[in-house]
Design a protein around this ligand. Structure first.
Ligand SMILES: [Zn+2]
Length: 380
C-alpha cells in the first residue's frame, strides 16, 4: 500500500515512470548477516509538474527504513571522516564547501544531519564560531569544545533554542521523505537574511551515465540542478551558487523571502535504456566465470537483484570496514589478498575511481578481461 500521494516537492499527482525494476533487499553496507530478508520494489517517478524525481515510499518500506536507520547498519557507504574512504570523502567535501562558503563570516552555524560531528570539529579547528549539529542518532544532547550537538530530526514544528545565520547539510536531504517539512524547519531556525548550503547526489548525472548506483531504497529524493534551484526558490532563497561537481550538486542560497515562479521541467532521461546497456556489459563478463567483482555497493545489489541466475565470482573491495564480511553469500577480500590466477575477468562496479582500480589489476599483469560499467559517449 502506498502512503505517498504525489510529488514530494510540489504535491502534483501526475508522473512518468523513470525506473521500474524487480524488488531487491534494501542495500546497507553491513553484509548478509545484518541484512533484512524482505524485498522492496525499485521504482522512480518524475513529477510532470515540477520535474522532481522521487521514490514513492510505501508504508511497509517506511517501516523497514526506520528499522535500518535505528540499527547499526544505517550507513550506505562509510561514515564521514571514518576509515580511509570516509576521510577522503570529507576532505573532498570540505574542499568544495570552502570554495563557495566563507564560513568565518557567520557567528552561528548549524549542520543538519551531523553524524558524530566530524565536519563540525574540522570547522572548529579552522576557526568556526557558534557551531552546532542536529542528528537523530546521537545518544543525547552534548556540548564539548564549543560544539553543541543536539539529538533530533529536522522536522516541521521543531524550534531550536536559537536561530542560526548559516545552515548546511551534506548528503542528508536525499534521505528525507518529508522534504517540505524539512525546508519549513530550515526557515523556522534560520535568521532573517541567513544562508543555507547543501550537497546531494546529482541524479541527472547518474541518469545520463546509466549509473547502476542511482537507485537505493534509502534515497527518497533524486535531486538535479533544476529541482535543487526550484526547491530553494520556492522557499524564498536567492540562489547565490549552484554547481555540479563530480557526482553531486551543491547549492548556496540566501533567504530573501522572494518566491520565484515555476521553472520548466527537465525532459525525458532515457535512464532505463542506458541502464539496460550497462547491465548487458556487466553480464558479458559475469557469464564467463570465474570472475572477480570489484566494489561492493548498492550498484552490485541492484545488478544482482535485477536479473536472474547466480554467478561464480569472488568479491573484492579495498574498504577495510568490509573485509571479512559476507555479502551476497561471498566473503569480501581486499585486492592485495586475492590471487588473480585462474580468473577470466574483472568487473569494476564503481564508476568513480574505475581507472585507478583498473590500474591495480594491470600492474599485477592480470591476463583476463577488465571491464567497467562506464558507457562510452556514443553509447549514451
Ligand atoms: Zn512536483
Amino acid at each position: 500500500m502506498e502512503s505517498q500521494k504525489g510529488c514530494y516537492l510540489c504535491g502534483h499527482r501526475r508522473f512518468r515512470v523513470v525506473l521500474d525494476r524487480p524488488a531487491v533487499v534494501p542495500w546497507t553496507s553491513s553484509g548478509d548477516k545484518a541484512r533484512g530478508r524482505r524485498r522492496f520494489p525499485c521504482i522512480l517517478r518524475q513529477c510532470l509538474d515540477c520535474g522532481h524525481v522521487y521514490q514513492p515510499v510505501s508504508l511497509s518500506l517506511r517501516r523497514e527504513l526506520a528499522a535500518i536507520y535505528s540499527s547499526d547498519r544505517a550507513q550506505m557507504s562509510t561514515t564521514m571522516g571514518r576509515g580511509c574512504w570516509g576521510k577522503a570523502r570529507s576532505d573532498v567535501f570540505l574542499k568544495d564547501f570552502f570554495r563557495v562558503v566563507n564560513f568565518l563570516r557567520y557567528d552561528s552555524i548549524l549542520e543538519i544531519g551531523c553524524g558524530d560531528g566530524y565536519l563540525l570539529r574540522e570547522l572548529k579547528k579552522m576557526g568556526g564560531r557558534g557551531l552546532a549539529g542536529l542528528e537523530p542518532s546521537l545518544p543525547s544532547d552534548s556540548c564539548r569544545n564549543g560544539i553543541r550537538l543536539i539529538k533530533g530530526f529536522a522536522s516541521e514544528g521543531v524550534r531550536l533554542p536559537r536561530r542560526y545565520e548559516f545552515l548546511f547539510s551534506a548528503y542528508v536531504m536525499e534521505h528525507v521523505e518529508n522534504i517540505r517539512g524539512f525546508m519549513r524547519f530550515c526557515l523556522a531556525n534560520l535568521k532573517p537574511d541567513g544562508e543555507m548550503y547543501f550537497i546531494v547526489p546529482n541524479a541527472l548525472k547518474a541518469m545520463k551515465d546509466g549509473d547502476l548506483s542511482l537507485f537505493t531504497h534509502q534515497h527518497i529524493q533524486y535531486f538535479m540542478p533544476s529541482t535543487v534551484r526550484r526547491l530553494m526558490e520556492s522557499y524564498g532563497f536567492e540562489v547565490l551558487s549552484l554547481r555540479e561537481i563530480a557526482d553531486d550538486v551543491e547549492v548556496l542560497g540566501r533567504w530573501t523571502g522572494r518566491l520565484v515562479g515555476k521553472l520548466p521541467i527537465a525532459g525525458k532521461f532515457g535512464y532505463e535504456a542506458r541502464l539496460r546497456k550497462v547491465m548487458k556489459r556487466a553480464l558479458r563478463v559475469l557469464r564467463r566465470p570465474p570472475v572477480i567483482v570489484h566494489g561492493i555497493s548498492n550498484s552490485l545489489n541492484n545488478l544482482l537483484g535485477w536479473q536472474s541466475g547466480s554467478f561464480d565470482m569472488a568479491l573484492v573491495d579495498n574498504d577495510p570496514t568490509k573485509e571479512g564480511k559476507v555479502f551476497f553469500g561471498k566473503t569480501a577480500v581486499p585486492t592485495a589478498k586475492i590471487s588473480l590466477a585462474g580468473y577470466r575477468g574483472v568487473l569494476i562496479i564503481p564508476n568513480t575511481y574505475a581507472a585507478a582500480i583498473r590500474h591495480e589489476y594491470e600492474v599485477r599483469s592480470f591476463q583476463g578481461v577488465i571491464s567497467d560499467l562506464i558507457l562510452e559517449d556514443h553509447e549514451g
